[in-house]
Design a protein around this ligand. Structure first.
Ligand SMILES: Nc1ncnc2c1ncn2[C@@H]1O[C@H](COP(=O)(O)OP(=O)(O)O)[C@@H](O)[C@H]1O
Ligand SMILES: O=C(O)C1=C[C@@H](OP(=O)(O)O)[C@@H](O)[C@H](O)C1
Length: 271
């Protein structure tokens, strides 16, 4: 593992919060750390540990927060939690410790969905953009593009994905452009790749809502944010062609479009 990326993984892991994850991710240096994660995984994969991990899905609190309350909502939440628990046990069995890589265009929800998925599965979550920022020692992807170049960012992204690919039980939100390099696919294919396929209109709406400052490929000095984002996203989608379709699984959000409100797309939660 290269020193920079190793450091980034270590500091990200150290900040991961819950003691359970800290003990799985912390300990040893660079390669040794990856090794210790594997050992921790085997321990944490016992049926009892898996049950403990999936007993507290976070989708329930998300729903509960958005609802107006009352018994019906509480019952829905309990049913959902049970359903989710059963599904996650099923998925965990088939995954057998392999990582999940979320791919998709900017704004497709890789980070948002990735955090939820990791929580539900009892996996650790990593955002490859954040790891690149940490390994380069810069606060944002935008700054890396500005001070260095897109090529420099892509090289670091490739290093991060290579390092992550030797680990287990992770959900990784990749950068939207990670799919353009075959070497990244070689690494992501060690796990299960999932393409969040969201229509460009919804992406542009989401991005216009939060602004383009953190996404240098979409950042424009002037113009209507929705129109500019839509136009750039269309060009990128065309350039990337079928690259996303290399993924093992495609989750299409086409059917969710009617639920997207003009004021924001949050009515889509949860996927
Ligand atoms: N399923 C969803 N429904 C509605 N909005 C979403 C959904 N997923 C993500 N978003 C919103 O879209 C924006 C971009 O999401 P994010 O997870 O950062 O995407 P990515 O990591 O793929 O670039 C965020 O403001 C997020 O709240
Ligand atoms: O599509 C792309 O080329 C990019 C997507 C971004 O990540 P998100 O998809 O998380 O926004 C980030 O890696 C960088 O700005 C380039």
């Amino acid at each position: 593992m290269e020193a920079g990326v190793g450091m980034a993984l270590q500091s990200r892991a150290a900040g991961f919060g819950a003691g359970r994850r800290r003990s799985a991710l912390c300990g040893g240096e660079s390669r040794a750390r990856v090794g210790s994660l594997r050992v921790g995984d085997q321990v944490a994969s016992s049926p009892a540990a898996v049950r403990a991990r999936v007993s507290k899905p976070i989708v329930t609190p998300l729903r509960a927060k958005k609802s107006s309350g009352g018994h019906e909502n509480l019952h829905n939440s309990v049913d959902e939690a049970l359903l989710l628990k059963r599904k996650s046990e099923d998925v965990l069995f088939h995954l057998n410790g392999r990582c999940i890589y979320l791919v998709g265009m900017m704004g497709s929800g890789k980070s948002t969905v990735g955090k939820i998925l990791a929580e539900v599965l009892g996996y650790s979550f990593f955002d490859s953009d954040k790891l690149v920022e940490q390994s380069v020692g810069m606060p944002s992807v935008a700054q890396i593009f500005k001070v260095h170049s897109e090529a420099f960012f892509r090289d670091n992204e490739t290093s991060v994905l290579r390092d992550l690919s030797s680990m287990r039980r992770l959900v990784v939100a990749t950068g939207g452009g990670a799919v353009i390099r075959p070497v990244n696919w070689k690494n992501m294919k060690k796990g299960l790749s999932v393409w969040l396929d969201v229509p460009l209109e919804a992406l542009a709406r989401r991005i216009a809502k939060v602004g383009t400052a953190s996404r240098p490929l979409l950042d424009q000095p002037s113009g209507d944010p929705y129109t500019m984002a839509f136009s750039k996203l269309s060009t990128l989608a065309e350039q990337r062609g079928d690259a996303y379709a290399n993924a093992d699984v495609r989750v299409s959000l086409e059917g969710m479009i009617p639920q997207v409100t003009p004021s924001g797309a949050n009515s889509c939660f949860p996927i």
